[in-house]
Design a protein around this ligand. Sequence first.
Ligand SMILES: Cc1cc2nc3c(=O)[nH]c(=O)nc-3n(C[C@H](O)[C@H](O)[C@H](O)COP(=O)(O)O)c2cc1C
Length: 226
Amino acid sequence: MRRTVVRGRLEPVVRARGRRNPISQRLVPPPLPANSSCPPRRRPSVGTVITASRHVLRCVYVIATAAMPVLEVARPIELLKNRGWTVGVILSPTAAEWLDDKRLAEFTGCIVRSAPRMPTEDDPLPDADAVLAAPLTFNSLNKWAAGLADTVAVGNLCESLGTGVPIVAAPCVNDELRRHPAYSDSIERLSAAGVHFIDPDTVSRQDDNAFDWDAVLREFERHVGR
Ligand SMILES: Cc1cc2nc3c(=O)[nH]c(=O)nc-3n(C[C@H](O)[C@H](O)[C@H](O)COP(=O)(O)O)c2cc1C
């Protein structure tokens, strides 16, 4: 039986115990226990879904940042869905400005995230079994390598390293930025941590911004399996 994931709602216990912030009118959650530094991640436990036919659907996060190929991100999502993956989409804030995330969600049927959740909200995405970071900007690549988790997209990339799921990344960075020392440092650091990088020259052309999503998917599958 396929389980669907719905955006999290306030739990009754929080409703009962919370109070309203007089400025935002949002519900303020009760204080966290003294030993917890950040709110718990409450994800739906449906990372792997077994259908009636016993076919196992796995969940992949497509984490996409603000380089031109993000405008075609529906393509890899479609390819992954056709191959039986459950796809969760996470956009950087700039990528979310470039795309209409609500329309993308309607068009693809996927949960699309970019904004941080409230402390009282559940994470709407199930746990990931694999991550595809594409296209990956110079900015997000370097933040990821440095551990600067200031966006939902980079925060999830940072956490994914800790969960040990396979991660495939397709940087989309021009030659000038690739000559910046941070670029090779970041690739080296993240590769050593287990990230599989796709050579940008094998999937992208800088003169016309062409990006070969099919080749990205082939490389993803070669690394992660189907
Ligand atoms: C039209 C346009 C195309 C861009 N293409 C790229 C690109 O291919 N690679 C890149 O690293 N940055 C590119 N940028 C710059 C990023 O969008 C910018 O650094 C942004 O802050 C990245 O934010 P993000 O990493 O959170 O998505 C482009 C910007 C614009 C306006």
